[in-house]
Ligand binder design. Structure first.
Ligand code: F6R
Length: 591
């Protein structure tokens, strides 16, 4: 989704700072970029479609102490230079960057047109600077005019604005994230995500929903967007390091993050035992436990349905967060909603959380991004401690989420220590598995499969959601058509797709469905499929076998890792950049 970055302060190279800042936000996904710099009383705007990484930072060395920049992921209007942010007034004395959607922009635009405003783009954003300009006719103070303009906007958004008259940056938020990096005696960095300013500071303030901030670079004031009442903030220190947020010696973040799973399982398991027992009690006592998440995190929740059943004999209800709304009829104050999210900012997950809260239900959040909205607003929280995940395709966050969910299931069954031992052992087996020979073996398989147009994946029990997740991974980075199925469903339709040599991945485990999945795979083999077994045991029907350690009830964690590696190499072999899949965004902050 769109990335925002702004700087105001003592430094006189604000242009360079913000261009570097949005380069650090590339991972969020975007199709165009832009910058507004305040230089000698004027606002200089430059914007374009294409890659910000190819833009020379040295072009932005003009002396200026305030600048705002943006990476745009198109929602309203095509991918064009004109639609890229920042958007300005006709006289270019106000510039705005925006993340989110202004739902009433068409009505506002018509009203503003009647008052003589001219619009150049097809975006919803462009109404904002014009609206601020109109408000300034009544309240000339820039911050007050931004506040009044925001009162007229409907939708979920984060905006950052600058003007030529005041020496300030003004930001407001009603949904999409904005975080302030505080560099003592040096200025303020305002961004959509922490990695953007990690090299400058690890001290942050979070702008909450319904809040606004005004800063002149030496001080900052947070207020309630509606009432104007001051909202005091305390400094929060972030534990993430610059190195964690960089690629290091790896060609891509995706591979770096896959390899980090050597340690991240153990980090996810390192939870406060008292806290996890309180959470297990909350689940035990809840009248209805629901899990909601999106995409890959949703597949972790689907796997959790099996973990809770097999490990703790406890029933939970799982839904994709985007489909949660109709579930509100089941929710009571005694219900519990568990939301799972890497970013902690996904709009559909936030909506599910607010629906549950409106019914008086409690919310447990399992997140990776500390301080994210979901992390701050839930009643109970567990961090997976995977460190920053920057590749769009989620890898280490998924396995961390599943580790935490397995640990909760064991705690619920009164076997916390057994669960901990299983997961630590799984982490150590994954450490051994992720060696150069293993990667080479999968790279060779990718070379063999790279020209394929279709690929199918089957699994049963917790390997069924992993089959769905495998399909997401392969689709999103290699663009090969991939689909996952529950093994038993094949003969009810999908088996018609199988032809001679169609590649089919078979996820197996040493579990109660081990025989069943082999018999499903045999049905594929009989139709000519090329079978690639993934799991602890080889079988005569497999044409290829990727060995995975026997991880018992944590098999889903171990099995998904070779598929992540396969998806990575398929992308590389097909000449695609796995870190930046087309059309996708890392943090999906619009519904
Ligand atoms: C796929 C992927 C997405 C995310 C989904 C939820 O690899 O990363 O499907 O899992 O957008 O994001 P979070 O976990 O941030 O809520």
């Amino acid at each position: 989704m769109c990335g925002i970055f702004g700087y105001i302060g003592e430094r006189t190279n604000a242009g360079v700072i913000v261009i570097d800042g949005i380069k650090n936000l590339e991972y969020r996904g975007y199709d165009s970029w832009g910058i507004a710099q305040k230089h000698e009383g004027c606002i200089l705007v430059e914007k374009n479609i294409g890659k910000i990484s190819e833009v020379d930072t040295l072009n932005f060395q003009q002396r200026c102490s305030a600048a705002i920049a943006h990476t745009r992921w198109a929602t309203h209007g095509g991918v064009t230079q004109t639609n890229a942010h920042p958007h300005t007034t006709t006289k270019r004395h106000i510039a705005v960057v925006h993340n989110g959607i202004i739902e009433n922009y068409e009505v506002l635009r018509e009203e503003l047109k009647k008052r003589g405003h001219t619009f150049l783009s097809e975006t919803d954003t462009e109404v904002i600077p014009h609206l601020i300009e109109e408000e300034q006719k009544i309240t000339p103070d820039f911050a007050s005019a931004v506040r009044s303009a925001c009162h007229k906007l409907e939708g979920r958004y984060a905006i950052l604005a600058m003007d030529t008259s005041s020496n300030t940056l003004v930001a407001a938020r009603t949904g999409s994230p904005l975080i302030v990096g505080v560099a003592k005696n040096d200025g303020y960095f305002i961004a959509s995500d922490i990695p953007a300013f990690l090299e400058h500071t690890r001290t942050v303030h979070y702008l909450d929903d319904g809040e606004m901030l005004v800063t002149d670079g030496s001080s900052i004031l947070f207020t309630d967007l509606k009432s104007g009442e001051e909202r005091p903030k305390r400094n929060i220190e972030i534990t993430w390091t610059v190195e964690q947020a960089q690629k290091g010696n790896f060609d891509h973040f995706m591979l770096k993050e896959i390899m980090e799973q050597k340690e991240t399982i153990a980090r996810a398991v390192n939870q406060n035992e008292e806290q996890i027992s309180v959470i297990a009690d909350a689940i035990r006592n809840a009248q209805g436990t629901f899990l909601a998440a999106c995409g890959t995190a949703h597949k972790a929740c689907m796997a959790a349905e099996y973990f809770f059943s097999v490990i703790a004999e406890h029933h939970v209800n799982v839904t994709s967060a985007g489909e949660f709304k109709p579930y509100h009829h089941f929710l009571k104050p005694e219900s519990l909603l568990i939301v799972v999210s890497q970013s902690g900012e996904t709009a559909d997950v936030l909506e599910a959380m607010y629906i549950a809260k409106s019914k008086g239900a409690k919310v447990l959040a399992i997140v990776n991004s500390e301080g994210s909205t979901i992390h701050r607003e839930a009643d109970y929280t567990l961090l997976i401690n995977a460190g920053p995940e920057r590749a769009v395709a989620s890898t280490k966050a998924l396995t961390g989420q599943m580790a935490v969910l397995i640990l909760i299931a064991y705690t619920l069954a009164g076997k916390l220590h057994e669960g901990k031992m299983l997961l630590l052992e799984t982490g150590s087996m994954i450490n051994d598995m992720l060696n150069p020979r293993y990667l080479e073996r999968i790279e060779k398989l990718a070379q063999k499969l790279k020209e394929e147009e279709d690929c199918y994946i089957i699994g049963k029990s917790w390997n069924y959601p992993m089959a769905l997740e495998s399909a997401i991974k392969i689709q999103e980075v290699s663009y090969i058509h991939a689909e996952g199925f529950a093994g038993g469903e094949l003969k009810h339709g999908p088996i018609a797709l199988i032809e001679e040599e169609t590649p089919c991945l078979v996820l197996t485990g040493n579990d109660e469905v081990a025989i069943d999945i082999i018999s499903n795979a045999t049905e594929l083999k009989a139709r000519g499929a090329l079978l690639i077994g993934i799991g602890p045991k080889n079988n005569d029907i497999f044409d290829e076998w990727l060995k995975v350690p026997d991880a018992g009830p944590a098999q889903a964690i171990a099995n998904i890792i070779p598929i992540q590696i396969l998806a990575y190499y398929l992308a590389v072999e097909r000449g695609k950049n796995p870190d930046m899949p087309r059309n996708l965004a890392k943090s999906v902050t619009v519904k």
